[in-house]
Design a protein around this ligand. Sequence first.
Ligand code: FES
Length: 356
Amino acid sequence: MAQHDSEHDIAAGSELDTVAERTVSAGTAVAVPSGAFENPGSPPDRIRATDLDPKKEKTAERRVGGLFLFSIAASIFAIVAYIIFPIVPGDLSSVRLNNLFLGLGISLALISIGLGSIYWAKNLMKDGEWEEHRHPTRGREETREAAAEVFRLGNEESGFGRRALIRRSLIGALVVSPLPAVVMFRDLAPAADPVALLKSTVWDKNVRLMRDPSNTPIKASDVTLGSVFHVIPETLANSEHYIEDKAKAAVLLMRLKPEDLHVSADRADWNYQGIVAYSKICTHVGCPVALAEQHTHHLLCPCHQSQFDISHEAKVIFGPAKRPLPQLPITVDSQGYLVARSDFHEPVGPSFWERS
Ligand code: FES
């Protein structure tokens, strides 16, 4: 960028009929419409106190540095506040306190950087109006040199290289200001290992199968041929993460004639007299598989029409799902209520990288 006074930069030249071509002092031709207005020129430079008095200049520099340092302190305050005032689940006042102090810290940090930059520009950077004539875009050597000149002038005029206090405090403020966000990103990840969370459910040995949503236990004798029960584990009621746990543990319970069931040897005792339990979470992308065809023993997922054959260990017979529905091994307890023999033997729901 170069400062141009239009009266000197654009030399009066011969006018063409519609467009006059004039030559700027750098030797570059610019097209000027013949009917262009007279360039009124730029207003004179405004002389500021900091331009005249080195003491005031130094004071202004300290103020800018002070604002950037204050920004650093505010960012650190936000981090400390986030730790000191954690969000306690179920406690609304903790959410309010956390948001209040975190927001205060981040706001002050960003506002201080903004105020410091404005103060710096208004009082210390070179003042004045600047013109830059428009030229065709090209990547020639002169252009690159001009770009380098812009940076050199910018550095010289802003004093970025010279004013160590401002430079360092600004760099410090910019480096520290994203830290509150980095600390908050931690909350995006679950506290426990997410892969382990996906691989297990709240089902366990001797956990009763309960009707959903009445939460009443089910006797084997209640499950008549062709009936379908939506089932949740008895221990779900005590879960701290009810929704998340239910989303993984939901089960469909059905009774088939034992002779209709085709089970592999290692699953021979996973059903109870023809009563079988399968995960309700589709292995495609996790919709609830809730449509049962009584006569064909098929389960249908309404999302993308995957079908699973209950009589053959819920293998996929149609649709985009790639895996059978996981089976929950069941039996009955001493009172005749249906209970799980264990958790599922494989992760429920859709595929994920670390599934196997
Ligand atoms: S989620 Fe079940 S078929 Fe797509």
